[in-house]
Each structure stands twice: as structure tokens, then as C-alpha cells.
Design a protein around this ligand. Structure first.
Ligand SMILES: [Ca+2]
Ligand SMILES: [Ca+2]
Length: 190
């Protein structure tokens, strides 16, 4: 009984701590128009699109799907108009067929004239399969790859994640609280 009371109190404490974590630690920003949360996600040391997409999925979403010019304007006013960002648009699966990593079928795009060009500048035929926001003026998009030999002059950049609810951390901590409760109860029986 003692173990149960103690562990129950611990569980309740952990639950409320977990609920407060997203607002304390998360950099998620809410967009009232889309009802979604957004956050800059790292593309790692290499700067690869796939790393940023992986980190966006860990938040319960994907790299951002820009559904219309209003959402794009909000992104630029929120995260800046100079810094480049990976977005969730890619033709890595089928060259020339651009798809959003979220699976949404938004037809909005804002390519710079001449893009996407799947450029193989430098003589290496890797092409370019991932879209970047803010490459040109007015936020225009470019398709790009980190495999280009001249990318050192461009530098690396991160991505913008879009997700419906900022609670994975809370769920994670609540889950670990449940596990610790089970552990305490098991020890109590020994
Ligand atoms: Ca969106
Ligand atoms: Ca390009």
C-alpha cells in the first residue's frame, strides 16, 4: 500500500511536469489560421534534408507543407526572410514529380523562374530533389541537394517542421512515469 501511495503521488507529479514540459521547452509556435504548430528542426552536421524530416517526424509531424501564400507569408514573418529552410517538398521518389512529405496534395508552389532545374552543376550527376524556402528574393524556392560539390560556399541550413499537437514530449514522459510506477510496484512485491 505504501509503495502504491508513494508511486501514485510520483506518477501524478510526473504527469503534471510532463504536461508543462512542451510550453517550457518547446520552441513550437502556433499558427491560428492553420491550427498547426511550427518549429525549426536541425538538419544535423551534414545539413541533409532527410535529417530535418526525421526530426520533424519525431515531433509528430513532417517538414512543413506550404498550402498557400498566406501560410508562406506567416512562415517568413515568423522565422525570417533571409535564412534558408528545408521544406517538405521533394521529388526524390520520382524525378520531376514533386510531393509533400506529409502526404498532403497541396498544389501551391513558389519556385523561382527556372527552378526546379535538378541542376548537376559541378559535373556530378546527383540532381536536386529537395525544396528550399527563401533561396531567392520574396522567399522564392529552389531545389537543392547537399551532394553538390559547391555547397560549401552555400553553407548548411535547417528545416521548418509542421505538426498538429505539441505533446510528444509529454506523452513520452508520461509513458516513462508509467514504466517507473510498474517498476516500483514490482519491487514492492519482492
Ligand atoms: Ca501547412
Ligand atoms: Ca535548383
Amino acid at each position: 500500500m505504501f509503495y502504491f501511495k508513494k508511486s501514485f503521488t510520483t506518477l501524478v507529479k510526473l504527469f503534471f511536469i510532463a504536461l508543462s514540459i512542451p510550453t517550457l521547452c518547446s520552441a513550437a509556435i502556433f499558427n491560428e489560421d492553420t491550427g498547426h504548430y511550427y518549429e525549426i528542426v536541425s538538419s544535423g552536421e551534414s545539413g541533409a534534408w532527410i535529417n530535418a524530416e526525421f526530426n520533424a517526424r519525431a515531433l509528430g509531424g513532417n517538414l512543413v507543407t506550404i498550402n498557400d501564400k498566406e501560410e508562406e507569408a506567416w512562415l517568413r514573418s515568423t522565422f525570417g526572410t533571409d535564412e534558408k529552410f528545408w521544406i517538405g517538398y521533394t521529388d526524390a521518389v520520382t524525378e520531376g514529380t514533386w510531393e509533400w512529405s506529409s502526404g498532403e496534395t497541396s498544389s501551391y508552389s513558389n519556385w523561382q523562374a527556372g527552378e526546379p532545374n535538378n541542376s548537376s552543376t559541378g559535373g556530378l550527376d546527383f540532381g536536386e530533389d529537395f525544396a528550399v524556402l527563401n533561396w531567392y528574393s520574396e522567399g522564392k524556392w529552389n531545389d537543392w541537394t547537399i551532394l553538390r560539390p559547391d555547397r560549401a560556399t552555400i553553407g548548411r541550413f535547417d528545416g521548418i517542421a509542421e505538426f498538429p499537437v505539441p505533446i510528444p514530449t509529454a506523452l513520452l514522459l508520461f509513458g516513462s512515469a508509467l514504466l517507473s510506477l510498474l517498476g516500483i510496484r514490482r519491487r514492492g512485491k519482492m
